[in-house]
Each structure stands twice: as structure tokens, then as C-alpha cells.
Design a protein around this ligand. Structure first.
Ligand SMILES: O=C(O)CCC(=O)C(=O)O
Length: 283
């Protein structure tokens, strides 16, 4: 029986973080970013986040603001995603060698990892709990199974049980796909600003309810296994003006599409809308 989420500080060893993640599925790291990085993130993202409308879908939160495309908006994400206690555990947990036959040769292949989603999330007072979910369900992964995602949530403001700190069910990545998650099994990730919660894609979690009178502000990024993508990079291979000459079905097949339950979005929307905008702007 667990009594809370494990926590370490930023001087912890990579081995310790890997061991906690593999066993418990999540860890809080206090003092993860320095004050300059935190202030830089607030400066680059804060004004746009406050100006963003509330999410349209209940799942994303009618009292929650979400701002994406974060690498286009700030350089201060670099120390977050390259932090040794995030990047190295993500590599150690996901970059497991695999074997295959190519003709008579039995070869070993180690996959890469890639940045997947980036999003600032502000949960305003009055927002209720999000449904508990697993992030690797986006790729329809089966459980228990190899980890394909390692996610990070940075507390840009203090996280408390009252203001909507992320709720996590420890060890739930070991569960199968038949066991439903219950809020009574979840623990709050209360932590000071500048700390992070890291969790594996198979762990049940959700945004908490904000019953306080102040917003809870955060930023989330994910690393996914590098092979969860198209073989040929169609976005680089086919110029946008050529894509615009193709029928809708082919544009969508090239990747300008959403895959249920929610992979491939741009600013939380169907990426096909970008092509329609381009068409409307064309002379
Ligand atoms: O905001 C949070 O604490 C969690 C958000 C989340 O899990 C999601 O939007 O999928």
C-alpha cells in the first residue's frame, strides 16, 4: 500500500530516478529548474497563456487554458528537456535494444526517442477533476508492456492539493487494461514552483480540481519512442504548395490528420485546418 508519491531533489542520481520510475511509475523532483529558467518561461509563455481561451472540450477542461507549440515560443525549454534527471531516465527506460533478422544476420537495433507534446496548462479556480487516463493510450499501447512515453509536468506556480496538482495512481503502469482507475487510489503531486513530476506513459493520472482562488500554472512535455511516426517524413518531403494541390483524402493520408483518440494535433486542433487556412490566404 503506497502512502504518497516518491520525491527526490535535483542532486539525486539518475539510477535512483530510473529505479523509482520503473517501480512506482512516477517521481517528484524538487528544485528541478533554476530561477532564471522559471522567470524566462513565465516571461515567454505567461502573457500568451493568459490570453488563450478556455478549452472547448470537457476532457481538456472548460476552466483550463492550454497553449502549445512551446519550442516555437521559448528557448527556456532547452534546460528542461535536456536536464539529466529527465533526458537520461527517459533514454534508459525507452531506448531498449531489440533484435531482428535481416537475411542471415541477426542484428540489434536501439530506437531513438523524440519530443512529442509540449503544452502550458493553466487550471483556473472552479475547474473540476479531469478523468483519470494513461497518456500512452494515445498510441493504443497495451498494458503492462514496454514504456513508450516519459512525461514531465513542471510546476510554474506552486502545486497544492487544493489548486489542482496533478493526481497520480502509483504503480498503475503495472496494471492490465481491464482494471479501471479510481480517484480514491490517486495521490496529489503537491510541490513547490520549479519542481517537476515525471511519470511513465502507462501511469493513470489527471489534472486535479482547483478549489482555491488562484490559478495553477504548469508546463508539460513528453518524450515518446522514436518509432511512433511515419517511415518517410512527409512533412519535409512534400512542400506545402504541392500538398495544397492534392485532394483532401490524400492530404490526410500524408499526415495532415488526427488519429483517434488524439494524435497529430496542432494547437489542439485537426492539422488539416492549417491547409484550409493556407488556401484562404492564397492570392
Ligand atoms: O494538468 C494536469 O495536471 C494533467 C493534464 C493531463 O494529464 C492531460 O491534459 O492529459
Amino acid at each position: 500500500m503506497m502512502s504518497g508519491l516518491s520525491r527526490v531533489n535535483a542532486s539525486a542520481a539518475v539510477d535512483e530516478v530510473v529505479d523509482i520510475l520503473e517501480d512506482e511509475g512516477s517521481v517528484i523532483i524538487e528544485g528541478f529548474v533554476d530561477e532564471t529558467t522559471l522567470a524566462g518561461l513565465w516571461g515567454d509563455l505567461g502573457p500568451s497563456l493568459s490570453a488563450t481561451a478556455y478549452s472547448e472540450k470537457g476532457y481538456d477542461g472548460h476552466r483550463t487554458r492550454r497553449l502549445s507549440s512551446l519550442f516555437a515560443r521559448t528557448k527556456h525549454l532547452v534546460p528542461v528537456v535536456t536536464h539529466p534527471l529527465y533526458l537520461q531516465p527517459a533514454r534508459r527506460i525507452m531506448q531498449k535494444p531489440s533484435h531482428m533478422w535481416v537475411g542471415k544476420s541477426r542484428i540489434e537495433v536501439t530506437p531513438s526517442i523524440q519530443l512529442s507534446a509540449t503544452q502550458a496548462i493553466q487550471i483556473d479556480p472552479g475547474q473540476g477533476k479531469q478523468p483519470l487516463h494513461r497518456d500512452d493510450s494515445l498510441h493504443l499501447r497495451r498494458h503492462p508492456g514496454p514504456t513508450s512515453r516519459v512525461q514531465l509536468m513542471l510546476a510554474m506556480s506552486e502545486f497544492t492539493a487544493e489548486n489542482g496538482a496533478t493526481l497520480v495512481i502509483p504503480r498503475s503502469h503495472h496494471w492490465d487494461d481491464e482494471r479501471p482507475p479510481r480517484y480514491s487510489e490517486a495521490f496529489s503531486s503537491a510541490m513547490p514552483a520549479g519542481s517537476v513530476l515525471i511519470w511513465l506513459g502507462g501511469v493513470y493520472h489527471c489534472g486535479g480540481a482547483n478549489t482555491s482562488d488562484k490559478p495553477r500554472t504548469s508546463l508539460t512535455v513528453s518524450f515518446d519512442l522514436g518509432n511512433l511516426r511515419q517511415e518517410e517524413n512527409q512533412f519535409l518531403a512534400v512542400p506545402r504548395e504541392t500538398v495544397l494541390q492534392l485532394p483532401e483524402e490524400v492530404r490526410r493520408l500524408l499526415g495532415y490528420d488526427l488519429c483517434p483518440p488524439g494524435v497529430g494535433w496542432n494547437e489542439m486542433q485537426d492539422p488539416y485546418l492549417l491547409l484550409e487556412e493556407d488556401e484562404n490566404l492564397a492570392p
